[in-house]
Structure formats: structure tokens, C-alpha cells
Design a protein around this ligand. Sequence first.
Ligand SMILES: Nc1ncnc2c1ncn2[C@@H]1O[C@H](COP(=O)(O)OP(=O)(O)OP(=O)(O)O)[C@@H](O)[C@H]1O
Ligand SMILES: [Mg+2]
Length: 292
Amino acid sequence: MEANTQLQKKSSTKNKDAEKNKNISKALENNKSNFPDVVLDVKNICKTYQSKNGEIEALKNIKFNVKKGEYISIIGPSGCGKSTLLSIIAGLEDKTSGEVIVNGKIGYMLQKDNLLEWRTIYKNVLLGLEIQKANTDENKKYALELLKKYGLYEFKDKYPMQLSGGMRQRVALIRTLAIRPKILLLDEAFSALDAQTRLMVTEDIYKILKEENITALMVTHDISEAISMSDRIVVLSQRPSTVKNIYTIDFEIQNRSPLICRENPKFSEYFNIIWKELEKYGKAAEKQKNQK
Ligand SMILES: Nc1ncnc2c1ncn2[C@@H]1O[C@H](COP(=O)(O)OP(=O)(O)OP(=O)(O)O)[C@@H](O)[C@H]1O
Ligand SMILES: [Mg+2]
């Protein structure tokens, strides 16, 4: 009996401690925007679309930040508003309310490499600079240096159709890097590739981003991809989408790479936790869809 009371007391102290810790982490999360190394601060973003069937509340009070050099992934059920969120962060779409503070130039990579088939690889790499009216001699030289550094110089006069899917994606990245971004947004950038190529391309692109000191914010449906590449994973719920959890992924490895992380024993632990959570929101999203 006494032991039971003791246990109850212990568990209530434990609960209080857990509650306290939760509040402390919340407070820290709230305060992080004041840290000098925050390069992207997403503050209470809300987005409601007006459609002919009424309003669609896509995003509700989305809040997280990204620190310099971090690799952050966003995952959530289909149609929950991930692309909308990236477009808002990139300044391509209006938000209904909230604030995005960006400290550095943004680059954007999409699912399709969007290479222009009639332009050579070098001309494709210059495209971003041309659009930004920044195709100075210095920047063109920088683009050539990037092509050299990442093994594409000998292909510079070839056309996109002469390259493999993986190489095309590397060209798309170099085109983005040529504008010297500090933050790269990736929206399902690898999902058009077959499974084997996808593994190689994520490894390749991860290493290039680390080499160039670029902070990354990636949307993906692939939990394994998110775990293997990210320092933190933001989990969104079904619509109206809110941040349900932010997982810190730490393999305690010095020079991590996606392939090395996939072999780590902690990998499946992270996978199971996140998969279970996503399954819940996925089912809720499916139910939402069927009710229409
Ligand atoms: N221009 C628009 N007008 C009206 N509704 C829109 C518009 N763009 C997106 N939506 C709606 O907002 C919601 C979020 O869309 P979004 O494309 O951001 O989701 P997503 O999470 O990227 O989806 P997916 O996983 O399929 O890529 C969806 O229900 C979509 O139908
Ligand atoms: Mg999308």
C-alpha cells in the first residue's frame, strides 16, 4: 500500500517534471528567434485560400525556425500545405497572417529539374543569373568554377537530354548555387528519380550543400530521406495544418552523410516513431478527403 502511494507520489512528481521540461522546451523554442544564428524564422503563419466551394484553411499558426547550417525537413500528409508554406517562405505567395524573417538569399529547387532542353548545360546554369540580371563576368566565372568543382565542366556544352537524371538534378542545383543562396528550399526535389538514383543524388546533393555551407529546408514524403538528411524534422498535421512535433535527429556522428545515417541503429527507431505519428495524420487527412 505504502509502496503504491510512494509510486503514485513518484509518478506525480515525474509528471510535474515532464510538464516543466515541456514548458521549458516550449519557452526555448519561442525564444530561438532571438538567437543570432537563426537564418529563417517562421512566425505564426496562417494561410486561407478562397475557392469557389468556400474557404480552405491550409496553414494555421505555423511556427519554427532554422539555424545557420541546419538541414530541416518538413513532412506531413498529402495536401496539408507543405508547398504552400515553402512558397510563402520564398515570397512567391501571400500569407493570410504571420511573419517570415529571412536572413540571406533564398534558392528554390523543385521536383522537376526545369532544365531548358534547347540550352546547353552551361547556358542552363546561367539562367538564374540572367533572370536576376546578375550575369556579370564575375558570376559567369563562378558558375564555371562550380561546374568544374562538381564534375560537370566536360558536359558544359552538352544538352540536358544527354545527361542522366542524377546529373540533371546536379545541374539544377548548380544553377541555383550560381546565384549564391544562403538558404535552399527543396520541394520534393528528388521524388521524380528512381529509388537507386534517388539515394545517390541525395548523398551527392547533401555533400555539396555542406561543402557550400548552405542551410536547407526540404519538403519530402519520404520519412527515410528526411531522417537520413536532417538535423530536425518538422511534422505537420492534416489541414488546417499545424506543427505537431519537431524531432531532433542526432546520430552522434561527426561527418554524417545520408548513406552513413541509414546504416545507424538509431535510424529505425526514428523511423518507427515518425511513421506512427504520420500514419495518424495521414488517416485523418484521408477521412477529411472522403467526407467531401
Ligand atoms: N491556389 C490555390 N487555390 C485554392 N486552394 C489551393 C491553392 N493552392 C493549394 N490549395 C489547397 O491548399 C491545400 C494545400 O496545398 P499544398 O499544395 O500546399 O499541399 P502539399 O502538402 O504540398 O500537398 P502534396 O503533399 O500533395 O504536395 C490543398 O488542399 C490544396 O488543394
Ligand atoms: Mg506539395
